[in-house]
Each structure stands twice: as C-alpha cells, then as structure tokens.
Design a protein around this ligand. Structure first.
Ligand code: HEM
Ligand SMILES: [Ca+2]
Ligand SMILES: [Ca+2]
Length: 307
C-alpha cells in the first residue's frame, strides 16, 4: 500500500525538507539521531508507525507519550519531528503525515550517522488515538529475560536474527543510569557488580553514575567506543563485556542470540544489510492508510478531538 514516491506530485521536496530540518538539528544537538531512532521504534511497536507516540496529553486524555516506558524518550526526537513538520507545512500544507515525517527523520539520521539506508515507503496516516495504557506489555525492558524479549519481538513478526540486528541501533545514543544501575551497585550477595561486565568498564560506569539518585539525568553512551557513529561496534563491545544494559549483555550471553552477535561483530556489511531489512519491516508495521487515519496539522495533537 505504501510507495517510495508517494509525495512525488503533492510534495516533491518532502524528503529534502525533512533531511535539511533534521540534519540542521543534529549538527547543533548531537543527541538528536539516537533520540529520533528510539522514538520511531517506540512509535512502531504500539499500533504501528502512526505517530501515536507524538500526541501530548490533555485534561481529557492521558496519551501514550506519558506511559512509563515512554517517559525517558528524549525531547530532541520530538523536536526534530516538529521542526521537519513545520517546514513541510510551509511548503505543502496538510499533505505530509507525522508518521511519514518521523519515519523519514529516523531514516535520514541513521544515514547521517554512517548507517545504511533502508527502503523508505511513504503514505502512512496519523493515528486518531493515543492512550497511555496502549504501550503496556509491548516493549522489551532491560530487566527482562531473553525469553521474554524474544517473545515480544516474535509477537511483532521478527525473528531472533532480525531482533539482534535491530538492537544494533544501540550503536548510537544514551541510556540513563537508572536503566543499568542495578548491575553496578549491590548486584547480588556475592558481588556488587554484574560479572557479565568487563571490570574496567564497570568501574568507569560506577564512577559516572555515582550520583544518579540525586541527578536522574546522568547517562552513559550505549556504545562507549564510537557513540555517535552508526557501525557494528555495538557487537564488538558485547563480546568484550561492554554491553551497557542487562539485555545487551544477554545478547552475547544467550546461545540463541550469540551466533548473530558474532556474525555482526565480524561483518559490518552483513549487519548493515540485515539492519536495513529489519528496519524496513519495522517501518511498515500495521500502518494506517486511507480513512483509517488523518494527516495531522500538528504532530502533538489530533485535528479534531475524537473523544
Ligand atoms: C532488547 C530490546 C531493547 C531494549 C531492552 C531496549 C532498551 C533501551 C533502554 C532502556 C534505553 C535507554 C533509555 C533511556 O535511559 O533514556 C534504550 C536506548 C535506545 N534504544 Fe533501545 N532497547 C531495545 C531495542 C531497541 C531497538 C530495536 C531500537 C531501534 C531500532 C532501539 C533504539 C534505541 C536507541 C537509538 C537508544 C538511544 C536513545 C537516546 O539516545 O536518546 N532499541 N533502549
Ligand atoms: Ca504507534
Ligand atoms: Ca557506534
């Protein structure tokens, strides 16, 4: 249903406008790429890629964005989409959906960071709903077992290999200390530190996160070696005990996922190929077309109140 040339007649500069807006923002705010890629993931996992995550709550509706799992999403991703949408509305008002704008923004920022292009199909409509309860049980959490994580990805149609490729997104971006602090302080009876960590790496993290309870904004790079470059360093790190989240370490620790970690650590081209294909699949999950959605004029609110 979606096509790569959807805006060819109605908004031929769609892609260039998005690219300009998000790369400008990325240059001034280097956290933009990670923030936007994660925002796209969080949109697509709940009701498909329909910009449901972008809507803000009001006094009548607590929106998806205010679900616990979405609260840490960085404002930079929302802002990148708002800027691109603002520029699009000037050029071709009422034409480009927020869902397409977010997809194109994520696509572009992956490429700008050195990653692969995935086939970007367009024509998504924006959701008519966004509820804070919708994300329940839809997301992998760092505290989950690998079986639970696999179950979530399988339920969305992804194989274990596709899941390992997608998590390679952790080659860029940040995680807050509270997402991995249990691995550093009082891990269990026999050790303060999770033995899956490389000891020097863990010591560095411990220092970095020393005051995280007082300053909840404290965060660490997901990939400590090349934090802003989209490459296969994430998988190389996993093999050295430098996976930040417990689920990152488990990708190497679990025999179901380790073979793919090894493959991607050794072959960046293969990672890029598989990541691109899995992103293509993620980007068309349950998309809404025709009258099942609308083209919002602002990404943070519905055109007409639907409740
Ligand atoms: C096992 C599966 C996954 C788990 C448990 C997981 C969990 C997390 C957590 C807890 C954070 C840190 C959030 C914060 O503290 O602000 C994070 C960051 C991030 N995740 Fe994942 N994630 C998973 C898979 C994915 C996938 C499939 C993608 C994209 C395709 C993705 C993209 C990102 C990005 C780009 C960041 C950095 C965000 C930023 O810099 O603002 N993650 N992830
Ligand atoms: Ca969604
Ligand atoms: Ca990297």
């Amino acid at each position: 249903q979606l096509t790569t040339n959807y805006y060819q007649k109605t908004c031929p500069k769609f892609y260039d406008i998005v690219r300009k807006a998000v790369t400008d923002k990325q240059l001034s705010t280097p956290t933009t790429a990670g923030a936007t890629l994660r925002l796209f993931f969080h949109d697509c996992m709940v009701g498909g890629c329909d910009a449901s995550v972008l809507v803000t709550s009001d006094s009548f509706n607590k929106a998806e964005r205010d679900a616990a799992v979405n609260l840490p999403l960085s404002g930079d991703g929302f802002d990148a989409v708002a800027r691109a949408k603002g520029a699009l509305e000037l050029e071709c008002p009422g034409i480009a959906s927020c869902a397409d704008t977010l997809a194109a923004a994520a696509h572009n920022l992956v490429i700008a960071a050195g990653g692969p292009a995935f086939e970007l199909r367009l024509g998504r409509k924006d959701s008519l709903e966004s509820k804070a309860t919708d994300p329940e049980n839809q997301f992998p959490l760092p505290t989950m077992s690998m079986s639970e994580v696999i179950k979530i990805f399988t339920s969305k149609g992804f194989s274990v290999q596709e899941m390992v490729a997608l998590v390679g997104a952790h080659t860029i971006g940040l995680s807050h200390c509270n997402q991995f602090s249990q691995r550093l302080f009082k891990f269990n009876k026999s050790s303060d530190i999770d033995p899956a960590y490389n000891p020097e790496y863990a010591a560095g993290l411990k220092k970095l996160c020393e005051n995280y309870t007082k300053d909840p904004s404290m965060s660490a790079f997901n990939d400590v070696i090349t934090p802003t470059k989209f490459d296969n360093m994430y998988y190389k790190n996993l093999r050295k005990g430098m996976g930040l989240l417990a689920t990152d370490s488990a990708m190497f620790g679990d025999s179901r996922t380790r073979p793919f970690v090894d493959t991607y650590a050794e072959d960046e081209n293969k990672f890029f190929q598989d990541f691109a294909r899995a992103m293509e699949k993620l980007s068309v999950l349950h998309v809404k077309t025709g009258t099942k959605g609308e083209v919002r004029s602002r990404c943070d609110s519905f055109n007409t109140l639907s409740y």
